[in-house]
Design a protein around this ligand. Structure first.
Ligand code: ZN
Length: 125
């Protein structure tokens, strides 16, 4: 089978696609909630609460940064599904096992390549 059958590829992981879409919807919902609540900072009456409000703000900024990155990965994964390249390791071009995709739908590496990559990162310090 030399040419990719994109229709079959698209239908290959319908439950993972649902997981990704659910996750994306949840993140967008969270982000919206954070933005909505930011308008309510005036509800902190004294200075110590003000300080913790700033901590909260830093925290939510970090969360948002992480969510933004995850959101990009989710969009990439959905793009790959549409293109029929989802579930293929970007390093060795092998199939990523379904179990790994199910546990971590945004992964682009099989376990062997992920392990190698981590070892390389550690070696670089
Ligand atoms: Zn690989």
């Amino acid at each position: 089978m030399n040419k990719p059958e994109s229709a079959a590829q698209k239908a290959k992981y319908p439950d993972i696609r649902r997981d990704l879409e659910r996750q994306r919807a949840a993140i967008l919902n969270d982000v919206e909630e954070v933005l909505t609540h930011r308008g309510g900072l005036a509800t902190f009456p004294d200075v110590s609460d003000q300080a913790s409000a700033e901590v909260d703000q830093n925290f939510s900024m970090r969360i948002r940064d992480r969510e933004r990155k995850l959101l990009k990965k989710i969009n990439d994964a959905l793009d790959q599904m549409n293109a029929g390249t989802y579930g293929i390791c970007e390093r060795c071009s092998g199939d990523i096992p379904y179990k790994r995709l199910k546990a971590r739908p945004v992964t682009t590496l099989c376990i062997e390549c992920k392990t190698l990559q981590e070892q390389e990162e550690q070696a670089r310090g």
